[in-house]
Design a protein around this ligand. Structure first.
Ligand code: ZN
Length: 244
């Protein structure tokens, strides 16, 4: 945690209307399976921060048949990556909804330094600065154990784990009863490859945010509860000092 210099909303608070309505703004960086989504959902439930993830937003846009959803679907149908320009526009639209000051967590975005620059510019003009960028560090062996037991609901995107988070009825989604699937990406060889690709791709992003004094590196091998405490303690708004 030594690289982390700013503290919560004080990073930009008091410097104009943008800062006043900003709330807490976090970016989560970490490989698939490091627990970013679980932590973001916990922050949403307990602290009211919006969990903004490109995967969720794409699925929602496709379900709602929006313009972006229709364009994204043409790529998703053929198994191609949705182009950055579509993802960028959707993420900015989602962030614009967070201007009510509720705060937010970006989970899985940005993925490139070009997107990070775009995000910096957008935030500067609309929502004030980031509070912190949380970098989830995890060892290869622990990550593989987590990923190979992971099961996904193809309908609603809910994620389970055969050991750590089993559904109430084996192999069925708690929310809609759909049959859970193991993603091909989570097979050991593929998972290991993704982990290494992730590190190569994320290194420049980590440097980008470290240079800005925003990087908060956490040990993602600890429990969700412990991780929550570490992150919340670092970013929560300072408690008001009682009047004498
Ligand atoms: Zn489901």
């Amino acid at each position: 945690m030594t690289e982390f210099q700013t503290r919560g909303v004080s990073a930009g608070a008091g410097s104009g209307p943008a800062a006043r309505r900003a709330g807490i703004g976090l970016v989560f960086l970490g490989p698939p399976g490091a627990g970013k989504g679980t932590l973001a959902k916990t922050l949403q439930a307990r602290a009211g921060l919006r969990h903004i993830s490109p995967g969720d937003i794409l699925r929602q846009a496709v379900r709602d048949h929006t313009e972006y959803g229709r364009r994204a679907l043409t790529f998703m149908r053929t198994g191609d990556l949705v182009p950055d320009e579509i993802v960028d526009a959707m993420m900015q639209a989602a962030l614009a909804q967070a201007e009510d000051g509720s705060g937010w967590v970006l989970d899985g975005y940005p993925r490139t330094t070009a997107q990070a620059d775009l995000l910096d510019g957008f935030l500067a003009s609309r929502l004030g600065t980031l509070s912190a960028v949380v970098h989830f560090e995890i060892g290869e062996d622990i990550l593989l154990r987590r990923l190979t037991g992971r099961r996904l609901c193809p309908i609603c995107g809910a994620i389970y784990h055969v050991d750590y988070r089993p559904p109430r009825s084996a192999g069925r989604c708690d929310l809609d009863g759909a049959e859970l699937v193991a993603r091909r990406d989570d097979a050991p060889d593929t998972a290991l490859h993704r982990f290494r690709v992730f590190h190569a791709q994320t290194a420049p992003l980590i440097d980008h945010y470290r240079c800005r004094g925003l990087l908060l590196t956490v040990n993602a091998e600890q429990s969700t509860e412990d991780l929550y405490d570490v992150i919340w303690e670092a970013v929560r708004p300072p408690r008001a000092t009682p009047l004498p």
